[in-house]
Design a protein around this ligand. Structure first.
Ligand code: IPM
Ligand code: MN
Length: 358
C-alpha cells in the first residue's frame, strides 16, 4: 500500500446500543482503510447519558473546539431512559449539528437486494433516492416560548425559521448532488406551500432562481403530505428530494421503512466546507443494549458515507458492495434486532471480511 492520507476521526458511541454498533462500524471502516491504503486516527469521546448522569455535563465547549480540528465525526446514538427527552438530543446531537454548521442532513434511501420491506411489487430498481434535509434551521432553531404556562390559557410557539441563506445553500447542495448523482436528474422540492405560503414561497422562489445554474436538472415541487403517499405508491418517481428540517425528519423515518427499516438507514450531517458527522438515523434502542443483537448495518453504511465524504470513494463503494453481498446472498437473515442469524459484532466481522476480500 502506498502512503495514503491519515484522517482524524472523533468517535462518539453515545448511549444504549451506540457502543456495540460503533464498534462493528469501526471494524468495517478500518478494514476499508487497510485495504485502500489510508489511515484512521481515532479520538474517543464518552458524551451521552451516563456521563451526564454522573457529571451533569452534556457537551463542554472545549469539545466543540476539538471537533473543529477533526476530519470527521462518527456517532452512534444519543438518548437515555433516565434522562428527560430533549436534553441529550438538544445539547449533544443538535448542538454539534448547529455549532459545526452541518447544514445538510443527507439521507440516502436505497433498497438493497434480499432485504425484506413492506412495499408490495417494489424492488431495488424502484427504491433508490436521496433526501437532502436542511439541518440547521426550521422548527429546530429553538426560537419560541410559552406564556401562561400550566393554565387553561397557555400559549406555546415554536417558530419555523427559514433564512434565504440557509434555504439557498441547502437547495444549491441538492442541485449539485442531483447533477453528480447523474441518475434521473430531478430535484423535487418538498414543502407545504399551499398552507405555509411564506416559507413555501421562499423555498420555491429560491429553487427556481438556482435552477438557472443547473440547466440539466429538472426541478419539481411536491407537497409533503402527497410526498408521503408517493414514497409508498411510486417511490421510483424520486431522485433527489430537498426539504426543511422537520419535514425531512419525518419523511426519512417513513423512507427508512421502505428500505428495510431503521437497521439499515444511514445519514450524514454534512458541512461541505467543514467537519461533518455520520450516524445511523435510528436512536439508542435502550432495550437492546448490551445484548449483541442490534443491527449495525445503518452504522456501517454511515461509515461508508463518511469515507465517501473524506474523498475515499473506492473504500465507500467497497463497503456498500459488502452490505449488498451480506443482504443479497442471504448471509444476514433479517435486519431486525435478534433475528439477523448472528450478533452485532459478528455482522461487523463479516462485513470487514467482505471489504478485505472484495
Ligand atoms: C434524527 C433524530 C433527531 C432529529 C432527534 C434525536 C433530535 O430524530 O436524527 O432524525 O429530530 O433530528
Ligand atoms: Mn428523526
Amino acid at each position: 500500500m502506498g502512503a495514503g492520507k491519515t484522517y482524524k476521526i472523533g468517535v462518539i458511541p453515545g448511549d444504549g446500543i451506540g457502543a456495540e454498533i460503533i464498534s462493528a462500524g469501526m471494524k468495517v471502516v478500518r478494514a476499508a482503510s487497510e485495504k485502500f491504503g489510508f489511515s484512521l486516527e481515532t479520538v474517543d469521546y464518552d458524551f451521552g447519558g451516563d456521563r451526564y448522569l454522573k457529571t451533569g455535563e452534556t457537551l463542554p465547549d472545549s469539545a466543540i473546539t476539538e471537533f473543529r480540528k477533526l476530519d470527521s465525526i462518527y456517532l452512534g446514538a444519543v438518548g437515555h431512559p433516565d434522562v428527560a427527552p430533549g436534553i441529550l438530543e438538544k445539547e449533544i446531537l443538535l448542538r454539534i449539528r448547529f455549532e459545526l454548521d452541518q447544514y445538510i442532513n443527507l439521507r440516502p434511501v436505497k433498497l438493497y437486494p434480499g432485504v425484506w420491506h413492506p412495499l408490495k411489487d417494489k424492488g431495488p430498481e424502484h427504491i433508490d433516492y436521496v433526501v437532502v434535509r436542511e439541518n440547521t434551521e426550521g422548527a429546530y432553531s429553538g426560537i419560541g416560548g410559552s406564556v401562561k404556562k400550566g393554565t387553561k390559557d397557555e400559549i406555546a410557539t415554536q417558530l419555523d425559521v427559514n433564512t434565504r441563506k440557509g434555504v439557498e445553500r441547502c437547495i444549491r447542495y441538492a442541485f449539485k448532488y442531483a447533477a453528480k448523482r447523474n441518475k434521473r436528474k430531478t430535484l423535487t422540492v418538498v414543502d407545504k406551500a399551499n398552507v405555509l405560503t411564506h416559507s413555501g414561497d421562499l423555498w420555491r422562489r429560491t429553487a427556481r432562481e438556482l435552477s438557472g445554474e443547473f440547466p440539466n436538472i429538472k426541478l419539481d415541487f411536491a407537497f409533503v403530505d402527497a410526498t408521503c403517499m408517493w414514497m409508498v405508491k411510486n417511490p421510483e418517481w424520486f431522485d433527489v428530494l430537498v426539504t426543511n428540517n422537520m419535514f425531512g425528519d419525518i419523511i426519512t423515518d417513513l423512507a427508512a421503512m421502505t428500505q428495510g427499516g431503521l437497521g439499515i438507514a444511514a445519514g450524514g450531517n454534512i458541512n461541505p466546507e467543514g467537519v461533518s458527522m455520520f450516524e445511523p438515523i435510528h436512536g439508542s434502542a435502550p432495550k437492546y443494549t448490551g445484548k449483541n443483537i442490534a443491527c449495525p448495518i445503518a452504522t456501517i453504511s454511515a461509515g461508508g458515507m463518511m469515507l465517501e465524504t473524506l474523498g475515499e470513494g473506492k473504500a465507500a463503494a467497497a463497503i456498500e458492495k459488502a452490505v449488498i453481498k451480506a443482504t443479497g446472498e442471504g448471509f444476514i437473515k433479517s435486519l431486525e434486532a435478534g433475528k439477523m442469524g448472528m450478533g452485532t459484532s459478528e455482522v461487523g466481522d463479516l462485513l470487514a471480511k467482505f471489504v478485505k476480500e472484495g
